[in-house]
Design a protein around this ligand. Structure first.
Ligand code: SPV
Ligand code: MG
Length: 290
């Protein structure tokens, strides 16, 4: 079964799949071990990993290379965050070919203008493309995918842009009309109300995807109770966890003049060996190096 098929099957079987953002194969591996259903190849996380803002600076090639490296280390389906699709519908055609070949289960493409500005920033410049132009991008993605199970998820940024629920619903319906498999409705409100209201008003023709970063009160019980959401993405928790842990440990080492005090709260080196697959290295040494 294709990765897209695997993810679709999980959605049908459990009603709701949980994806964790990853910026590296190691993060993806940890998400897999923690029991997530899939990986979100987040543009925000990968930009942050490179020390860059999430404003269309990272190239498709750079992102693809990381996605391939992740796909080589985990067996979970990976949904690629391809931002605006790197240009117009012609760029989307190229991107879909490349991401599907790289092993992605699907893509999320957002209806902002290129270059985009990260969604959760306060007072960000959030310009959207015309609905018809974005429909063209969705159609291009669908016409290009080699396997019909490859998920084409349309991301509606109307709430992020402050255009209101009616415009968000209108765009979501227009994207579904041309074949989008799911609608990602994004919100940066600090409570779930905006997304819950959208979900209640949504026809339910295709399932919704949400990224409850700004409104963490939206837990899985609350998500399931709406009956319209098929995928939840924890959009930046890997990089935020990593940053908080590194800041804590780096500061302590400088303050304490050594690393003795942090030993108990960092992973033992044996744990890193395990994640790196050193057991297989040892077994192969015994088998082949004699
Ligand atoms: C990402 O993780 O890159 C996303 C989600 O697109 S957000 O940063 O909330 O826009
Ligand atoms: Mg993104």
């Amino acid at each position: 079964m294709s990765m897209g098929g695997l993810l679709r099957e999980k959605i049908v079987r459990s009603g709701l799949v949980h994806l964790m953002a990853s910026h590296s194969p190691l993060a993806a591996l940890l998400a897999e071990e923690a029991g997530f259903d899939g990986i979100w190849a987040s543009g925000f996380e990968f930009s942050a990993l490179l020390g860059l803002p999430d404003v269309s600076l990272v190239s498709m090639t750079q992102h693809l290379e990381m996605l391939r490296a992740m796909a080589a280390r985990v067996s979970l389906p990976i949904v690629a965050d391809i931002d605006t699709g790197f240009g117009n519908a012609l760029n989307v055609i190229h991107a879909v070919r490349e991401y599907e070949r790289a092993g992605a289960a699907g893509i999320v493409i957002e209806d902002k203008t290129f270059p985009k500005v990260t969604s959760l920033i306060a007072e960000g410049r959030q310009d959207l493309v015309r609905t018809a132009e974005f429909q063209g991008k969705i159609k291009a993605a669908i016409a290009t995918r080699a396997h019909p199970d490859f998920l084409v998820i349309a991301r509606v940024e109307a709430l992020i842009a402050g255009l209101g629920e009616a415009e968000a619903l209108r765009r979501a319906a227009a994207y579904t009309e041309v074949g989008a498999d799911m609608i990602l409705i994004h919100s940066k409100k600090s409570t779930p109300d905006e997304v819950e209201s959208f979900a209640r008003a949504w026809s339910g023709r295709v399932p919704l995807v949400i990224v409850p970063t700004a409104y963490p009160a939206m837990d899985e019980t609350r998500i399931r109770s709406l009956g319209k959401i098929g995928m939840v993405i924890y959009g930046n928790h890997a990089i935020r966890a990593a940053v908080a842990a590194m800041q804590d440990v780096f500061t302590a080492i400088r303050q304490d003049g050594g690393s003795a005090n942090v030993e108990g709260r960092i992973a033992p080196v044996e744990e890193i060996f395990r994640l790196q697959g050193m057991a297989a290295v040892k077994a192969n040494e015994a088998r082949f190096l004699r």
